[in-house]
Design a protein around this ligand. Structure first.
Ligand code: SF4
Ligand code: SF4
Length: 424
């Protein structure tokens, strides 16, 4: 498998050891050890590929130290997608990783609507009773991380119902239908940010979109691939695209940066080395981040009512700014809303250290990166933080609580929905 990955086959030899990747890696900045540098991931992959190193748990541990933030891949003058090499390595080393239980739970709990309901129940119970009692009772969750109590604080509160409970499979457009949109409702938005999902549907329908949210959607596969489980990611991807294909949607959108970047094929070289399935090919160029879709692909309804004066700052998710080159679009949405003032933070495009489940298995490291981000947020004195990724939202929310700051974290679309709602 490792040998089959195009980046490993064709690009790895282009590393000129210039070290440019090191200068932008948030983990290297904290660890300050060559073993944590992006180029060291390149060498490791090379040594594993050539059989000069045997897979073991120490290597698996080294491969786990990466946020898949793509800062290095974007910076590399030789065009080496270092994050893809890391994903390939993790898949190769998965049987030696201590994260096997985490992977098992991910594959069971973040798979489809039924298993999400179980995850919803477990998280809700853990947040009511305290994670320790749940971990003690099940004897299972504690295996994910020795720092589980800390890690539990990372998950946003799950209160009320999952978004999918109140979303119909077909939501008609308000007024004349202009486009049939497939809404990829990601697991984290569904579980932790139902108001965000409802705002997305509201905004799309106000803009003439019929919204299709298939009941059989599964996870986008990003958490699985980040934990070395390429097989599950592949199966779920095939299922999701088939559903959208059968519904004959014109485009697919997501309000989650990680989901949209995964759906656009960030790691498909590894999932579909034998060629893309027809349904995936069908949607090539038709998958959008929500901000991008609203700003660039439709004539956005600008009939917005003024909101109470609010200052907001915006954090760029790595999977939006580095994977998809989307920086201005969310800002354009915020600037469009009367009453909302955007204050830029320093280093808005620096990783927040969340990276999906990275914070669970590497809490202290993740926390160091997060703390710099929170200082940047505090310097703006903004009333609210915005971002376009539920994983970043959770990480930022956790940092704000830890710093005793009572700021909400929202997606720009939530402000937009509010401004539409106020129009009589
Ligand atoms: S920036 Fe690219 S070429 Fe330079 S050391 Fe890093 S991976 Fe190698
Ligand atoms: S993807 Fe990010 S964390 Fe991983 S090696 Fe590259 S810069 Fe460092």
């Amino acid at each position: 498998m490792l040998q089959q990955v195009p980046a490993v086959k064709d690009l790895i030899r282009k590393c000129v050891r210039c070290g440019q990747c090191r200068s932008v890696c948030p983990l290297f900045k904290e660890i300050k050890n060559e073993g944590a540098a992006p180029r060291s991931h390149v060498f490791l992959t090379q040594l594993l590929r050539d059989g000069e190193l045997e897979p073991d748990s120490a290597l698996a541990r080294r491969a786990s130290r990466c946020l898949l933030c793509k800062s290095c891949s974007k910076e590399c003058p030789s065009g080496i997608p270092v994050d893809q090499l890391v994903v390939a390595m993790r898949n190769h080393l998965k049987d030696h990783s201590k994260d096997n239980v985490k992977r098992l739970l991910l594959s069971k709990l973040f798979k489809d609507q039924k298993s999400l309901k179980t995850a919803h129940f477990l998280l809700k119970t853990s947040q009511v009773t305290g994670i320790k009692s749940l971990a003690d009772k099940t004897g299972l969750l504690g295996l994910i991380s020795s720092d589980l109590e800390k890690a539990n604080k990372l998950t946003a509160p799950v209160s009320g119902k999952m978004a999918s409970k109140n979303i119909a499979e077909v939501t008609p457009a308000k007024g004349k239908r202009k486009v049939r949109v497939g809404y990829f409702l990601g697991c984290a938005t569904n579980l932790f940010y139902p108001a965000r999902a409802h705002a997305t549907i509201e905004v799309l329908t106000v803009n003439g979109c019929e919204v299709i949210t298939p009941k059989g959607l599964q996870c986008c596969g990003m958490p699985h691939i980040a934990n070395g489980d390429v097989v599950s990611a592949k199966t779920m991807t095939e299922n999701n695209f088939k559903l959208f294909y059968d519904f004959d949607v014109d485009v697919i959108i997501s309000d989650c940066a990680s989901c949209s970047s995964m759906l656009q094929g960030d790691y498909y070289d590894q999932l579909f080395a034998e060629g893309l399935p027809a349904a995936v090919t069908h949607f090539k160029g038709k998958i959008y981040d929500l901000n991008k879709f609203l700003v660039d692909e439709i004539d956005l309804n600008a009939n917005l009512e003024k909101l109470p004066k609010t200052t907001v700052t915006y954090h760029d998710p790595c999977h939006l700014v580095k994977s998809q080159g989307i920086k201005e679009e969310p800002r354009k949405i915020l600037k469009l809303i009367p009453g909302v003032e955007l204050i830029e933070m320093d280093g808005a495009d620096q990783c927040c250290g969340g990276a999906g489940t990275f914070g669970i298995s590497h809490y202290d490291l993740s926390r160091k990166i997060l703390d710099s981000k929170i200082v940047s947020i505090m310097d703006t004195s903004a009333d609210c933080v915005t971002t376009s990724c539920p994983a970043c939202s959770m990480q930022l929310g956790h940092g704000l609580v830890e710093h005793d700051l009572k700021l909400e974290v929202k997606h720009p679309v939530e402000f937009l929905a509010e401004a539409y709602r106020k129009v009589k």
